[in-house]
Design a protein around this ligand. Structure first.
Ligand SMILES: [Zn+2]
Length: 527
């Protein structure tokens, strides 16, 4: 708790403080993290290690204590998987005749699984491939899937609550259900309407190595022999022998109709040559101890991911994927929030952990590792406030919050936004599954209530176009760099709100809890 005098002082300071100045300071950390000499901060790379050193130094400067396993660092050991594409191939087999599929054009291997060297198996279309026990949805029911490859279109009917859809669409959960039905591999086709990155650009990433835990107990894709993503523009040939067309399926999906399930009367044949190596990469973990004798043993976590994609396929002659917004912006906010806590001399009752995680782009690996092997008692983590690519590209009038309706943290963020005169918005595009697509989900899966954010806008506004264009042109592209227009004062507004919400959660009498009707509550209660 702060003394009255400090309250007045910091309030005055806050009012007088210049968001332009704060925004510039926030940007200055990004200038370091997203500089070309950090080489895109790929997990396990020297650039990532340099970035981790920088963050540890800033955490120290903000008065935070080391809270890793070795100073500020917690090492995560990872297996690296890469594909030798010229030595690999994929074909569609129809009536015993193999028709080659062009890698990168028709489909790409997904390296999320430890693909088998050779697979030859029939394919079955399973609609959206969703199995959701609580809604009695089982798109695999009654199908003969033993030893087969399940082909599905991403998404699902709008009547399915977004949290459920997101959870059951996540690759690992989906795989568990497929595996139970006897499936040996999967082919996913994106609905072109909900593709974040156009295929022409997305296909470049197929050559990037992927990673998973060296500790196989933590790997959830075990047993998956085959995984491809299909270019929707060329998906028709997979349906050619089925008596149905892909166009017909898309039309049904877009009209929110249920999709039929049927054998495709073709099979996939694959030969895959993988390369394997190992790396170690660091989470950076720091602590601001709480002031209350009892509550200081509980922890509010602020998280953001330090890693990005490293050096990859060139786009417009640029090979460095700097990741300025994704997610140097969030890491910089960690530094700023910690710094403001120090400047305002906050004495929060609960302790606060600041963590810059590694391996997010490889499947939220660093956060999953920390959440399952925390350097503080697991049960003492009360909340995760995650900041990933929140996109301060225009003034902060609306804050879109993922997880808004799921826990009491929703009330906390509403209150903080109200104090700041910012309007809260719920997730506008639940089909993009954002609540499970970043590090907060690692904590949610351990039962911890969490929030995630995006700068919001109203439909049809110029801001909507700015945000959508950003995804189309800069998301996971080398142009997410220091030469892009960013609204720095708006980022400072965001940082203040995020400080405010964490401050209230850290000082509240009770720890946050999941709402009674929240889907995610099950992870906390083990139901
Ligand atoms: Zn990313």
């Amino acid at each position: 708790m702060r003394s009255m005098l400090l309250v007045l002082t910091s309030a005055t300071l806050l009012l007088a403080a210049d968001v332009t100045e704060e925004g510039a300071r926030w940007w200055s950390h990004i200038q370091v993290l997203a500089d070309d000499n950090m080489e895109g901060r790929n997990t396990g790379s020297p650039g990532h290690r340099r970035a981790a050193q920088f963050v540890a130094g800033e955490f120290e400067r903000a008065g935070l204590k080391p809270a890793g396993t070795s100073g500020y660092f917690q090492a995560v050991r990872l297996d690296v998987r890469s594909i030798d594409e010229p030595a690999s191939n994929l074909a569609l087999v129809r009536d015993g005749r193999a028709v080659p599929l062009a890698l990168g054009e028709d489909a790409s291997f997904s390296l999320r699984a430890d693909l088998a060297p050779h697979v030859d198996a029939p394919a079955v279309f399973v609609g959206h491939g969703l199995v959701i026990p609580e809604l009695h949805i089982d798109e695999l029911a009654g199908l003969d899937l033993k030893g087969k490859i399940a082909v599905f279109i991403n998404g699902g009917q709008s009547s399915i609550p977004s949290a459920l859809k997101a959870h059951y669409s996540s690759a690992d959960v989906r795989w568990k259900a497929f595996q139970k039905a006897g499936v040996i591999g999967m082919a996913s086709i994106a609905n072109p309407k909900s593709m974040d990155i156009p295929w022409e650009r997305a296909k470049l990433a197929r050559l990037n190595p992927t990673m998973n835990f060296s500790d196989h107990k933590l790997v959830e894709s075990e047993g998956e022999q085959f995984a491809i993503v299909v270019n929707p523009a060329n998906a028709e040939k997979i349906f050619a022998a089925s008596g149905h067309t892909f166009g017909e399926m898309l039309k049904l999906a877009d009209a929110d109709q249920p999709l039929p399930h049927f054998p495709l009367n073709v099979g996939f044949r694959s030969n895959v040559k993988l390369g394997h190596s190992r790396v170690e990469s660091q989470n950076v973990v720091a602590l601001r101890p709480g002031s209350d004798t009892k509550l200081k043993n509980e922890y509010v976590i602020y998280s953001a991911h330090l890693d990005h994609l490293g050096i990859g396929q060139p786009i417009n002659g640029d090979r460095i994927y700097n990741g300025a917004m994704d997610d140097a912006s969030g890491v910089s906010s960690l530094i700023e929030i910690a710094t403001m806590m120090k400047e305002q001399d906050l004495h929060l009752k609960r302790s606060v952990i600041f963590i810059a995680v590694t391996g997010e782009e490889k499947g939220e690996l660093g956060s999953a590792f920390f959440a399952s092997n925390p350097t503080i008692p697991k049960k003492s983590i009360v909340a995760d406030i995650n900041m990933d690519m929140y996109l301060p590209l225009f003034p902060l009038k609306y804050l879109e919050v993922q997880g808004l309706a799921e826990s009491t943290l929703g009330d906390d963020i509403r209150a903080a936004c109200k104090r700041a005169g910012v309007e809260v918005q719920a997730d506008k595009e639940p089909d993009r599954n954002l609540f499970i697509r970043s590090d907060q989900y690692s904590f949610i899966k351990q039962g911890v209530p969490a929030l995630a954010f995006k700068f919001g806008y109203t439909p049809g506004s110029p801001e909507e176009k700015v945000a959508k264009d950003w995804l189309k042109y800069r998301y996971h592209a080398p142009s997410d760099d220091l030469n892009q227009p960013v609204d720095k004062p708006a980022a400072a507004d965001f940082n203040r709100i995020l400080l405010d919400v964490g401050e209230h959660v850290a000082d509240a009498q009770d720890r946050p809890h999941w709402n009674e009707n929240s889907f995610f509550k099950r992870f906390a209660t083990g139901e």
